[in-house]
Design a protein. Structure first.
Ligand SMILES: *[C@@H]1O[C@H](CO)[C@@H](O)[C@H](O)[C@H]1NC(C)=O
Ligand SMILES: *[C@@H]1O[C@H](CO)[C@@H](O)[C@H](O)[C@H]1NC(C)=O
Length: 310
């Protein structure tokens, strides 16, 4: 009783109706929470019109022109469809992540901690309504549902950051422990992969080194190729109905915000491998594509008029 009243007070202080028991960053508090935090690995098999699994992987802060010239990203492009006219929504990072799951930036215009009202819906509401399983995989998050930022415990370097976790700003997600339990780390990704328990919709965020944020385009390109190559031949991940998009959150602030995005996976027909699609897309296309594929309806935001990939 006392415990839940305390939690409620913390919740009000940190954003109405968001959970607050997973925000501590001290070593002992994190170890304690890690021992008890719920982890869920839901699966389902709802057929879509073009694909049965949708995977998005987000890298950081490069213009299209630079990224397409990276040898590893160019190699990956050669194995799929290059979307050569794809734009991020805005700057800086966080509103792009927010927009890609909710259909709007909802006033988020910086990388600070934001709490979006519990009445604001996201793609996971549409997925849940249709019984389509989903999870977030965030490299180096210390435990499922963790809601703060986490540094490398040996070097102190930024590692997992809340601003690159697309659903964490939404109280409709963080007020629900079952939803928090589907925000997982890469340990869980590989466990779910090995157990053949990956969901139908997933969002993958590499850590601050591997996504290029605190390193270089070359690091992000190398990581992407090394991460994806074994997965593309693993049928627990990639079947003939898996669609993968490798993209960036945004371009540099001096460019047009055109970014590299490539469609990969078995849902790309062999006739399309190595081709280029010059249709104009943006991050709202990620929503429209998923909504169209599974006939989910829409969020009534910028997803409505976005262009789907198929
Ligand atoms: C990843 O999350 C799981 C589930 O909460 C946790 O048991 C595990 O220790 C985490 N892995 C790392 C490397 O932090
Ligand atoms: C990110 O992950 C890689 C392994 O994939 C690791 O070598 C690197 O140290 C991690 N970055 C940070 C900041 O911990």
């Amino acid at each position: 009783m006392i415990f839940s009243r305390t939690s409620a007070l913390f919740a009000l202080a940190s954003g109405a109706y968001a959970q607050s028991q997973y925000t501590a960053t001290g070593t002992a508090a994190v170890a304690k929470a890690a021992a008890t935090a719920l982890t869920l690995s839901p699966t389902s098999n709802v057929p879509g019109s073009t694909f049965n699994r949708f995977v998005q992987i987000w890298l950081e802060n490069q213009d299209y022109s630079a990224a397409i010239a990276d040898p590893n990203l160019a190699y990956l492009a050669s194995r799929g469809i290059t979307l050569s006219n794809y734009f991020a929504i805005t700057h800086p990072s966080q509103p792009n992540y927010v927009a890609a799951v909710g259909g709007d930036t909802f006033g988020v215009a910086n990388d600070n901690t934001h709490y979006i009202s519990a009445s604001t819906k996201t793609i996971v509401d549409l997925l849940d309504n249709a019984g389509i399983s989903w999870s977030l995989y965030q490299e180096d998050m210390p435990f499922s549902g963790f809601e703060a930022n986490w540094v490398n415990q040996e070097t102190g370097a930024n590692d997992y950051v809340r601003k690159h976790n697309p659903l964490m700003s939404y109280n409709s997600v963080t007020s629900d422990t079952d939803r928090l339990a589907k925000s997982k780390n890469f340990t869980m990704f590989y466990e779910d992969l090995d157990n053949n328990e990956l969901p139908q919709w997933m969002f993958i965020t590499p850590n601050m080194t591997n996504d290029g944020h605190d390193s270089s385009l070359a690091t992000a390109g190398t990581w992407s190729r090394n991460f994806l190559t074994p997965l593309l031949s693993n049928t627990n991940f990639n079947t003939d109905s898996t669609l993968i998009i490798l993209t960036f959150d945004e371009g540099t602030t001096t460019g047009t915000n055109q970014i590299y995005s490539v469609l990969l996976g078995g849902a790309v027909s062999s006739a399309k491998v190595g081709t280029t699609d010059n249709t104009e897309y943006n991050h709202y296309s990620l929503l429209k594509t998923v909504e169209t594929n599974w006939n989910l309806g829409n969020l009534g935001q910028n997803d409505v008029d976005a262009t789907a990939f198929f």
